[in-house]
Write a protein that binds this ligand. Structure first.
Ligand code: UDP
Length: 501
């Protein structure tokens, strides 16, 4: 018995702590690995460790066949104050302004040193050596740690395989350098026959000229990828038209599709703390007709400039479907916008209300799985995209930044499960955009009528809407099948674990 336990491979997972959207899927990945019998340690900061622990506590093993193994969640202090940040500022959504982002990365380097000391057991009894480290993409200091421990490491970017494939193409062929302006479109023929077109403005941060994280940080991220033993990707092989295999070919690395990781547990409510917001959302949805509601959310951090938020809001309150709208940064909106929200939307979850606004943390996976939800207006963050796929909900796409313009084209053009709102420019300063100067009087890129048009198409009951819904439903079944015994992600997890036995 003891011998069997010792033989289990030990995966050490070190998520990028900057956004909750990186922490969540790695916690879920840990649950999946453990459900397949691997021993798992998840190392993160104290603030994030509480969230990880609550997810771990709620996970139920997808596979019982090997007997689920233990997951240890380890909190290592994050030296926020040493970098000039408030104590406890362990994620970028907790920063007071965009200017503090470089300080966050300074603190993250200090965190890396503390994690290395912990893993190497400096001054303490040696710890169990990892069989493999799986690291978030910004934790580039894992390279030195893995070398010192003499173990392989895989990168978990939090992006999909199609986006990673496009990024690889951009690194190698640099089509963005041949265009004259930031708005000129160029082809990224990474996945023929689909025609991906982007402008320089829409590129992921890896290729933006001015970077807020420090000049060498982005090169460090590339070097980290190049030195990695492979990539673990939150996707499933049936989803992205062979992108995972093409990525493996293009990079010469192992690419292991293990998703959709949110399916590691049933889409129950976040119990910790089981917020009144969450309760209100679900009770409000319970009172709605099946597939009648549009859920609107732009991720864990995404904030819009007030003028844009007003155009969106006016479209939402005048569209024919009931709307559940998640507004981040509502407290920092100008007074006139706050007042408009108070007068035109419902904050209390009145059963018959048309537009419920949630300001805190929404139980997104549970919302998307609710039978009342028929459409999702999303910023195309990969976590949200996959959660919508897993729930079989079609999307209206409103990319903000990062790789989201690439994801939009996957959703709309490759998968055929979405309609584009038609945004062309990224949202600047997503962390603080809600308190942008100019307030509600400034100009918005997307007008109310344009948003309404996208919402009408999303909820369309005609043949085109039906086709999108059918495709979304097919993908939902495939997502579920991928993690069931014998499914592609199930087998990939098994093979990954077996490779370290
Ligand atoms: N999320 C949530 N409730 C919220 C906001 C976000 O559950 O109020 C979760 C969502 O389910 C997803 C993640 O946060 O898992 C957002 O990840 P995504 O990659 O879509 O976007 P990001 O936050 O990185 O922009």
């Amino acid at each position: 018995m003891e011998r069997q336990r010792a033989a289990k491979p030990h995966f050490v997972l070190i998520p990028f702590t900057g956004t909750i959207s990186h922490v969540i899927p790695m916690a879920d990945l840990g649950c999946l690995l453990a459900s397949h019998g691997a021993e798992v340690t998840i190392i993160t900061t104290p603030v994030n460790a509480a969230i990880v622990q609550s997810r771990v506590d709620r996970a139920h093993p997808v596979s019982q066949s090997h007997g689920a193994a233990a997951i240890t969640v380890t909190a290592v202090p994050f030296p926020a104050a040493d970098a000039g940040l408030p104590e406890g500022c362990e994620r970028m959504d907790l920063l007071r302004s965009q200017d503090e982002v470089p300080r966050f990365f300074v603190a993250n380097r200090g965190f890396g040193e503390a994690v290395a000391r912990y893993c190497l057991g400096v001054g303490e009894a040696p710890r169990r050596r990892p069989s493999c480290i799986i690291s978030g993409m910004c934790q580039t200091w894992v390279l030195g740690l893995a070398r010192e421990l003499g173990v392989p490491y895989y990168v978990f970017h939090g992006f999909g395989a199609f986006a990673l494939l496009c990024i690889e193409y951009l690194y190698k062929h640099r089509p963005h350098e041949a265009v004259a302006s930031a708005d000129e479109l160029f082809d990224v023929p990474a996945l023929p026959p689909f025609r991906l077109r982007l402008s320089r403005r829409q590129l992921p941060p890896h290729f933006l000229p001015a970077t807020s994280v420090g000049g060498n940080a982005l090169q460090g991220i590339r070097d980290f990828d190049v030195a990695a033993d492979g990539f673990v990707v939150n996707t499933f092989e049936e989803l992205e038209s062979g992108s995972a295999a093409l990525l493996a070919e293009a990079t010469g690395k192992k690419v292991i599709a293990v998703g959709s990781v949110s399916l590691c547990r049933s889409p129950s409510l976040d119990p910790q703390p089981m917020s009144s917001d969450a309760r209100r959302c679900m009770a409000w949805l319970d009172a709605k007709e099946p597939t009648s509601v549009v859920y609107v959310s732009f991720g864990s951090v995404g904030r819009m400039p007030p003028a844009q938020l007003m155009q969106l809001g006016m479209a939402l309150v005048s569209c024919s479907s009931p709307v559940l709208w998640l507004v981040k940064g509502a407290d920092s909106l100008p007074d006139d916008v706050k007042e408009w929200l108070r007068e035109n939307t419902d904050a209390d979850g009145v059963a018959g209300s048309k537009c419920l606004v949630v300001r805190g943390w929404a139980p997104q996976v549970a919302i998307l799985a609710h039978p009342a939800v028929g459409g999702f207006m999303t910023h195309c963050g990969w976590g949200s995209t996959l959660e919508a796929v897993a729930a079989g909900v079609p999307m209206a796409t409103w990319p903000f930044f990062a790789e989201q313009f690439i994801n939009e084209q996957l959703i709309v053009d490759v998968l055929g499960i979405g309609v584009s709102v038609g945004v062309t420019k990224p949202t600047e300063n997503v962390l603080t955009a809600s308190n942008t100067a100019g307030g509600s009087e400034a100009e918005a890129e997307v007008g109310m009528e344009q948003v309404k048009k996208a919402l009408d198409m999303l909820m369309d009951q005609g043949p085109k809407g039906e086709e999108r819904r059918n495709k979304a439903h097919e993908l939902k079944l495939k997502a579920k099948g991928a993690l069931e015994k014998g499914g592609s992600s199930y087998n990939n997890l098994e093979n990954l674990i077996q490779s370290f036995l």
